[in-house]
Design a protein around this ligand. Structure first.
Ligand SMILES: NC(=O)c1ccc[n+]([C@@H]2O[C@H](COP(=O)([O-])OP(=O)(O)OC[C@H]3O[C@@H](n4cnc5c(N)ncnc54)[C@H](O)[C@@H]3O)[C@@H](O)[C@H]2O)c1
Length: 369
């Protein structure tokens, strides 16, 4: 079966850039050649596991025109650190990197955030291409220009808005992705559907089996539709002054849960999934959503193996929602001590709410404990 040609959607932010959906790794070299005549040196930042699977295909298109060096970063969230950034800098300089060097981030969100942050500060900024290889990175983290490393005080504390010159998405890289990693991306994709694409929500409902079978055409459509939601939202509000905050739907609850569990025994996708359900219950209490819609969300998440109650995550013993409420106090998105929450408004629409009381939030937590 031959797949359709790639699609190009444009992020129309302050500095516009294209997102190529369904492009081939082998063809990136040709694209770079057509766009950046002054580039001679390329640094590919990736991890050994991803490199083993995809470096050769990517390199195929690059070797004729460029001097190419690899910088390998072990897998794991802890690699998003200042120490790793410093090591990357040393290695890049040893390879003779200069202001004309172009960085390719080949990997999931960890590589995208770290390599992106490196590109944003190396010699005050060098060009960056995102080549996302996880579902989460394809539908979410590679689009929108947020790059960051972590600090002992918190996740993504040191970061920047640094748009890539292009996002080059090859769907075939998803074939090797373990299901647990797929779930992290699915949680974000379902979130996108809830925020502004009720048709995508229905698509998830009707295409459950094909998605689980990883039917390439169905996956292509799902990733395309979901990343297009992200493209639209960040194009409207690149710097998160307003509408972009909607993308935090489920995350204030999810982050509190992840923090309470010390990021062990709960994946990001599971945190988001439970967060979406808590936000849906809160929306129901506020009259923004019917109970039938809340149940529809729960059914969909469950269909894909995502939890809708904390007790479904075996390792946890959380019983007291007060602890979780306290953790939400520290959310970066809060303003002047007021909790800013994103609530679904029916399916396919979301709103920013500053009006939720602690009692209402506690009630929502109790629904998912
Ligand atoms: N910048 C943003 O806007 C943004 C948005 C959401 C999340 N993030 C960040 O993204 C990170 C999470 O990203 P992630 O979920 O992609 O995790 P990840 O980058 O840690 O990748 C998960 C695992 O999948 C492996 N992997 C990657 N591609 C593969 C492939 N094609 N086949 C097989 N294995 C593969 C990796 O080696 C890794 O072990 C977090 O650090 C989060 O903060 C950033």
């Amino acid at each position: 079966m031959s797949l359709p040609e790639y699609q190009k959607v444009e992020v129309t932010a302050n500095i516009p850039y294209p997102v190529f959906l369904g492009a081939q790794l082998e063809a990136l070299g040709e694209y770079l050649h057509s766009q950046f005549q002054d580039v001679e040196h390329i640094l590919i930042i990736t991890n050994p596991q991803v490199a083993k699977l995809y470096a050769e295909r990517l390199q195929k298109g690059l070797l004729v025109d460029y001097r190419v060096n690899f910088l390998f970063v072990p897998a794991g969230e802890t690699e998003k650190s200042l120490e790793r950034l410093s090591q990357l800098t040393t290695a890049a300089l040893r390879f003779g990197a200069d202001r004309h060097t172009l960085v390719i981030a080949l990997g999931g969100g960890v590589i995208g955030d770290l390599a992106g942050f490196f590109a944003s500060v190396f010699m005050r900024g060098i060009r960056l291409i995102q080549v996302p290889t996880t579902l989460l990175a394809q539908v979410d983290s590679s689009i929108g220009g947020k790059v960051a490393v972590n600090h002992p005080a918190g996740k993504n504390i040191l970061g920047a808005f640094y748009p890539p010159r292009a996002v080059w998405t090859d769907f075939t890289t998803l074939e090797s992705l373990p299901w647990e990693e797929v779930e992290n991306g699915l949680a974000e994709s379902i979130k996108h559907a809830l925020i502004e694409d009720s048709g995508l929500f229905e698509f998830f409902e009707t295409e459950e089996e094909s998605l689980k079978r990883r039917d390439p055409l169905i996956w292509r459509e799902m990733v395309t539709r979901s990343s297009t939601v992200k493209v639209r939202i960040v194009s409207q509000d690149e710097r998160e002054q307003g509408r972009r905050a909607l993308l935090n739907l489920g995350h204030s609850f999810g982050h509190a849960l992840e923090t309470e569990m010390n990021y062990r025994g709960v994946t990001h996708g599971q945190g988001v999934s439970i967060g979406l359900v808590a936000a849906a219950h809160l929306a129901n209490a506020k009259g923004l959503m019917t109970m039938a819609e809340v149940d529809r969300i729960k059914r969909l998440l469950n269909k894909f193996g995502l939890p809708t109650k904390i007790t479904e995550i075996v390792e946890t013993t959380i019983k007291d929602p007060q602890v979780l409420l306290q953790l939400m106090q520290a959310d970066k998105k809060n303003q002047g001590g007021r909790k800013i929450l994103i609530l679904p408004h029916g399916i396919g629409r979301a709103v920013i709410s500053k009006e939720c009381t602690d009692a209402e939030i506690l009630d929502a937590w109790n629904q998912v404990i």
